[in-house]
Design a binder for this molecule. Sequence first.
Ligand code: NAD
Length: 399
Amino acid sequence: MLNGEKKIARPLRWAMIGGGRTGQVGYKHRIGALRDNTAYQLVAGAFDIDAERGIDFGVNLGVDANRCYPDYIKMFKEEAKREDGIEVVSIATPNGTHYEITKAALEAGLHVICEKPLFFTVAEGEEIKALAEKQGKIVGVTYGFSGNQLLLQMRAMIEQGKIGDIRVVDLQYTHGFSATEQGDKTNAAQKWRVDPKVAGPSFVLGDLSTHTYYMSELIMPNMKIKKLLCDRQSFVGSRAPLEDNAFVLMQYENGAVGRLWTSSINAGCMDGHRIRIVGSKASLEWWDSKPNELKFEVQGEPIQTLIRAMPYLDETCNADERLGALHQEGLTESWANIYLKFAIAIDAKNRGDEETLKNLVYPDINAGIEGIRWIEKCVRSADNGSVWVEYESKKPQLV
Ligand code: NAD
């Protein structure tokens, strides 16, 4: 169980790019990273595209005014001159900026934690992976739901054969908040999400389903997609070619099949984020809106609900427990678990500790690249008339 005691020798000197006063996701980074003050200290930032607002915001967060910068280029330059300069930077800006900022950060000798979807193309991902390797730096990806520790329970139970051979993978990440066009015009964060120049080649496939796809990889590290077929629609016509709804069928190399539904036009749905894995003996099902519970359904037996923090859970699951039984938790703990693993990875990389890196389960650059591949293949399938396309996964065998 985690209790805030240090996991690395000293906190990392951390800065943020984006995630400013009006940003949607920035605060999740801060509550994730700063939950344990033994992992990160927020010492600098270029928080906003509006320089003045960003500096004012940083000062209000308690960051030294001299280290609140008008832009990231100036921040990298000035921080490099300091003995106590930043070591790691988080990127919480719109998708179209991730590649350029990540590249500049690695070239400035910094570790990077970047938002999803990582970049626009797999080729960009591979280029940045090679650069990170050359620079000896970590690139982590904030698949923010993936720190929910019951996902590690699913992983352990599948590995232990508790559900038998996997037959069906049923994934869903839907909501109804973009059921109409209204937000595309009035909400700044929604406006760029439907602009291909900023969002990239997809809307909901990248915005929503890359999370769920990574979570399925985390739970089933040995399952590889062989082929997929995607059918995508823009029910709000002005969003075309970007989709606000998509169905994806998957065929896995071991003969299992899967489906994923992602949508932002599922009217009335407040949070439809669900993972169900069907095996030859039993099924496991987890909903993000009930993060404290995992359903274990053995054919012919009463359904069991496994509850977070209980001693009957796998040790890998309880190692990421923060509150203990009786007290309910959710997304903030998930983000804190991921940020702690990024810190452990960065510290291990700095010390050349490859053994720790090999055994650490967290969303690394490979997970980011697989997320881009997922979008690329879905878009290619959908835009060629919803045909099967080879998946060609390059993900390394996980531990
Ligand atoms: P947003 O539009 O609400 O906020 C973007 C922020 O970045 C703003 O503060 C803006 O001023 C700032 N910004 C933009 N360009 C900048 C630049 N060049 N330098 C410095 N700051 C800059 O967007 P959002 O919804 O917070 O999304 C940001 C990223 O986070 C996207 O990639 C999105 O896909 C991702 N996201 C992830 C999750 C998650 O659960 N991991 C949730 C929401 C969004």
